[in-house]
Design a protein around this ligand. Sequence first.
Ligand code: COA
Length: 260
Amino acid sequence: MTFETLIFEKRNNYAIVTLNRPDKLNALNKQLFDDLAEIVNHVENANDIYALILTGSGEKAFAAGADIKELNACDSATGKVFSKYGSDLMARLENLSIPVIAAVNGFALGGGCELAMSCHIRFASDNAKFGQPEVNLGIIPGYGGTQRLTRIIGKSMAMELIISGNIINAEEALRLGLVNHVYPQAELLSKTEEFVNAILSKAPLAIKAAVAAINKAEDLTLENGLELESQLFGETCGTDDFKEGTNAFLEKRKAVFNAK
Ligand code: COA
């Protein structure tokens, strides 16, 4: 699969998507969203992709936000459409049933930070910078920043970052829980792939069920969330992988899963 603004690379059983507008610090334009939507369509229907990594090309940026040139043309009616277009796509990414991991290799500002937050896990390079600087442009975050940043780092810090437009470095992002790990830039992708390979040695259907359950945790009451968990737990007990995993333990051997 080839795209104007993205590089799609399929490895054995996972894929890497690289945002590829380095001369514009991988700013998110309409074409990039269209390309990403095509990849999400593909991944939703693929039965041989069990994890997705998102990263940026170049050493400077993951993504420096929505494309300000395109944004500049918005008025109040088209601005809402502009926001929903990116926001809906990021929600689809978040709702993929496979783990989606952002390898944030530089600036993740505005829409770039929001795209990283729509991934399930974020790893960052030591030069990464995060922020929601939209107030400098006379707008607020439009791709989920007010909602996801608040859920990830809490109301008070999200409020501070969004109303100040302050940019934070990778260490601060780690301290706030916005990223899971920080690595030297040269190691970021290999460390991310190492993590993905470790996940993919586990039972794939169990991982999908865990992603689905955790994704719903914030939307459900505890009672309904526990009900969903029991439902999905039961479903995993009906898989071949469950029999294999438990038999392998009892037979003191390594399990070989086949996603069935
Ligand atoms: N949209 C469109 N183009 C962008 C962009 C964006 N969000 N961010 C960077 N670019 C472009 C610049 O216009 C420049 O293009 P040019 O060479 O054709 O002029 C190129 O990317 C390099 O950016 P530049 O600003 O020269 O790099 P820098 O190292 O001096 O500064 C940033 C880096 C990230 C601090 C700066 O680019 C910036 O503030 N970007 C906007 C961040 C933002 O407000 N994002 C939220 C958008 S909603």
